[in-house]
Design a protein around this ligand. Structure first.
Ligand code: BMA
Length: 336
């Protein structure tokens, strides 16, 4: 692992970054960013990209590549368009997808943000081929986004992580459902920190959780508001393998932030926003696909084994900071 300024570089940016942008699109789009990712059964990497048009509305389009780096074949027309006539919650577009392959369904569950008149909510659609989609409609009402499904049932229930916003903050929650339509048993999963922390103002799930022998590794984005806007960086936490609602460790520092020109300069600068990953044949190499500055699609490579070492080194069992007594809240303490 490389080290910069004394910090481990967990993910190496690909030299071909950005690997996709609007110039690669077969029809006019303004920007292409915040992709979901999956490896199809034949080994092809599929990215489902958020494309913004010149009205400012987004839709989703699939790009496929044999090596996950280049040679992308982009669908000739939008893969999933907003359908406001049948789904009024999609009036102002659909954004920021995440993909989970659900073995029980033998299909992919795609969660995405539906931009409605009342704000952003979470919608769910199921597909076997990324050509036809069965829409389940809005599963979490506004204001809610950054959702992904876990790949199987736990105690008979599906689980979804999402990020509702209330006056009290923008924290990550987990909810369960027997049928992917009715959702309940809502539980606070991970709160945004407070004060000076890098993840003090908002947090949200980035790609779907990563299953490892030691638990579910969760990459989340933390937002810090400052004089010139918002700064999006990535943190990590580890959750119990059998009960993903239990946080075991939460990393104190961020492990990746906007550093390159393509991450700092764009429609919304200083934003890195991963929506998906693929795992290589070796079971350890992880390809993280992310949006850069709300403008382009990028790739960074890491190793699951090094992520686990990192979380054990920099993770604590505190939700806040071990330094101020008032913030010494154990991860297991309910903090609704
Ligand atoms: C978030 C989402 C993302 C976007 C980010 C920065 O709220 O809407 O799609 O990348 O803001 O603009």
């Amino acid at each position: 692992m490389n080290v910069l300024n004394g910090f481990d570089i967990l993910f190496d940016r690909h030299p071909k970054n950005p690997i996709l942008d609007a110039r690669d699109w077969p029809y006019p789009v303004h920007t292409v960013f915040n992709p979901a990712a999956t490896r199809l059964q034949d080994g092809t990497t599929l990215l489902l990209c958020r494309c913004e048009d010149r009205r400012g509305f987004s839709h989703l389009t699939a790009a496929r590549s044999l090596n996950g780096v280049d040679g992308w074949i982009v669908d000739k027309t939008p893969t999933l368009m907003p359908d406001p006539d049948n789904h009024p919650e999609e009036l102002w577009g659909i954004e920021d997808p995440r993909i989970t392959f659900v073995e029980e369904l033998n299909a992919y569950a795609v969660t995405y943000t539906a931009f409605s008149k009342s704000g952003p909510g979470v919608s769910l659609a199921v597909t076997k081929d990324f050509v036809t989609f069965e829409r389940h409609g809005l599963v979490m009402q506004p204001d809610d986004k950054d959702a992904a499904l876990l790949p199987r049932r736990f105690n008979g229930e599906f689980l979804m992580i999402h990020r509702p916003v209330s006056e009290q903050g923008a924290h990550m929650w987990i909810s369960s459902s027997p049928d992917l339509r009715n959702w309940g048993s809502h539980k606070l999963l991970l709160p945004a920190r407070r004060g000076g922390w890098w993840d003090a103002n908002k947090i949200g799930l980035s790609p779907p959780p990563i299953e490892t022998s030691e638990g579910w590794l969760v990459i989340y984005h933390g937002v810090r508001h400052h004089a010139s806007g918002s700064l999006y960086r990535l943190g990590m936490a580890l959750f119990d393998l059998n009960d993903p609602s239990v946080c075991l460790l939460r990393g104190e520092p961020w492990f990746m932030g906007p550093e390159t020109d393509y991450e700092r300069i764009g429609d919304v600068g200083y934003v890195i926003f991963p929506g998906g990953y693929t795992i290589a044949e070796d079971g350890d190499t992880i390809n993280l696909y992310y949006g850069a500055a709300d403008t382009a699609v990028c790739l960074a490579r890491g190793c699951i084994s090094e992520m686990l070492t990192w979380i054990k080194t920099y993770g604590t069992t505190m939700t806040g900071v071990a330094g101020l007594a008032a913030e010494r809240v154990q991860l297991s303490t309910p903090t609704i």
